[in-house]
Design a protein around this ligand. Structure first.
Ligand SMILES: NC(=O)c1ccc[n+]([C@@H]2O[C@H](COP(=O)([O-])OP(=O)(O)OC[C@H]3O[C@@H](n4cnc5c(N)ncnc54)[C@H](OP(=O)(O)O)[C@@H]3O)[C@@H](O)[C@H]2O)c1
Length: 221
């Protein structure tokens, strides 16, 4: 598939692009700066030498994509989506942002309540034509670029467009993360908030934890 990464110059964009390019997808790294996008694309090529990856400014990568991953900083997602809303119409848009602030002295992450319920639902409000899917909130993004290491984790995938959700679930498998259908987009608010608990666990155990959903039938795909 043709996949774009808005703000794809951080660890989430570079690592996911590397994993999805390795799986045979065509990837485009977006940025506010074409130069930064090219530097990030070079990092993807360093990880996956035969990667089909290009670089351009955010609006240009979106215009050519079937699936758009929002990999901007969480507090920049609203502004970025509003600026790109017309271009996102009709495309599958993946929201993975967690509205959290880490409070190191308290060894906690503080969840920032969202007026729309979740950042994913806010994307749907601000880009009403987009086919929004929420995924990957629970995965430490630094893991994506460690291509030799398996990602021992599930991700709960939420969305109101069943076909879009199925496509994102397959992309998740392609990236090495097992997806679990978590229902409607409304459920994204609970997933985004629960990441604060994972971070609290990480502080206490000096770890980098994820979770697995158990008890599913064998034919769960
Ligand atoms: N940390 C984790 O382990 C984790 C886990 C799950 C989900 N997430 C989510 O994954 C997303 C990406 O994480 P990341 O660590 O890769 O992000 P990041 O490195 O903090 O930021 C990614 C890119 O966002 C762009 N950006 C920054 N400020 C901006 C602004 N004011 N306006 C527009 N773009 C701006 C920058 O791209 P340019 O300067 O090139 O435009 C930057 O390189 C976040 O939303 C985060 O909540 C993180």
């Amino acid at each position: 598939m043709k996949i774009a990464f808005v703000g794809g110059t951080g660890p989430a964009g570079i690592g996911l692009a590397a994993r999805l390019a390795r799986a045979g997808h065509s990837c485009a790294i977006g940025s506010r700066s074409a130069e930064r996008a090219e530097e990030a694309a070079a990092k993807v090529r360093a990880l996956v030498p035969d990667a089909d990856v290009r670089a351009a400014e955010n609006d240009a990568v979106v215009s050519d994509a079937e699936v758009v991953f929002l990999t901007v900083r969480d507090d920049a997602q609203r502004e970025s989506v509003r600026a790109l809303a017309d271009g996102l119409a009709g495309r599958i848009v993946v929201s993975m942002a967690n509205p959290l602030r880490v409070d190191r002295p308290r060894a906690e992450a503080v969840y920032l309540p969202q007026p729309e319920g979740s950042l994913a639902e806010e994307v749907q409000r601000d880009a009403p034509g987009a086919r929004v899917v929420s995924a990957f909130h629970e995965i430490r993004v630094s893991r994506f670029s460690k291509l030799d290491l398996p990602i021992d984790a599930d991700t709960i995938v939420c969305g109101d467009d069943d076909e879009a959700k199925k496509i994102v679930m397959q992309l998740s498998r392609d990236a090495g993360v097992n997806p679990v259908d978590g229902g409607e987009l409304l459920c994204a608010r609970y997933v985004e908030a629960f990441v604060a608990v994972l971070i609290a666990i990480n502080f206490r155990y000096k770890a980098s934890v994820s979770y697995r959903i158990t008890g599913l039938p064998e034919s769960r795909a």
